[in-house]
Write a protein that binds this ligand. Structure first.
Ligand SMILES: Nc1ncnc2c1ncn2[C@@H]1O[C@H](COP(=O)(O)OP(=O)(O)O)[C@@H](O)[C@H]1O
Ligand SMILES: [Mg+2]
Length: 220
């Protein structure tokens, strides 16, 4: 299968600080690549660099064969390279539905009202509890529900590649199981890059896994 997401010689960090270097990998649309690594390994830095939230120091990021290296984060999201950030980052003062509506402004080109509505309905189908709580403010949700909302919001962008930054962080085991079920349903629909510290969560979900150490990726 042709890769959806591809990096070549990707190097990133902050100013003079190099956090990861010379990463080259591909991800097909039916794959879930799991990346494990302890705190400070550079996982978030890698995802932010892929999403265009941090400028790369060197190398290429491409989606569907299109070089996105010089594009802004919103352009990458619109192209289908979508991140679910660490800590969910939903808007606490907005309702569940309003959090989804935020994507209207940054939606994929050509997204019209009808397809927006269809996507909202799909979100309610995938996350019945969010449907029940659609008019409640984001900060009234549990941690697990906020994580589901963060994923639902990303799905509104109709991703070709979804980047997930430690989605199980701070969640109770039963909620982690639920999240696993959701990701199992999504796996295969588009490429997923899942960054985690929870190895057990990754097992059976990732089709391929790697460990980030010393700024490099090692297949596991
Ligand atoms: N905004 C920043 N400015 C400078 N250094 C940072 C910044 N954010 C993270 N770092 C450093 O980059 C390294 C990797 O961090 P991070 O990507 O957050 O790791 P992980 O997500 O794997 O826990 C760490 O050494 C961290 O201290
Ligand atoms: Mg992190």
């Amino acid at each position: 299968m042709t890769p959806v997401l591809q990096t070549a010689g990707l190097t990133g960090g902050y100013g003079e600080l190099q956090v990861f270097r010379d990463l080259s990998f591909t991800l097909a649309s039916n794959e879930v690549l799991g990346i494990l690594g302890p705190n400070g390994a550079g996982k978030t830095t890698l995802l932010r660099t892929l999403a265009g939230l941090l400028p790369r120091q060197a190398g290429i990021v491409s989606l569907d064969g299109q070089d996105l290296s010089r594009t802004q984060a919103w352009q990458r999201a619109r192209a289908g390279l979508v991140m679910v950030p660490e800590g969910r980052q939903i808007i606490p003062g907005l309702t569940v539905l309003e959090n989804l509506e935020l994507t209207r402004a940054s939606g994929r080109a050509g997204a019209d009202e009808a397809s927006f509505r269809t996507r909202v309905e799909q979100a309610w189908e995938l996350f019945p509890r969010l449907a029940e709580r659609r008019d409640q403010p984001g900060d009234a949700l549990s941690g697990g529900e906020q994580q589901m909302l963060a994923i639902a919001r990303a799905l509104m962008m109709d991703p070709k590649a979804l980047l997930l930054d430690e989605p199980t962080q701070g969640l109770a085991p039963i909620v982690v199981q639920e999240l696993r079920g959701v990701l199992q349903k999504l796996a295969g629909r588009f490429a997923i890059l899942l960054v985690e510290q929870n190895r057990a969560f990754m097992d059976g979900l990732a089709t391929r896994s790697a460990e980030m150490r010393g700024g490099k990726l090692f297949a596991t």
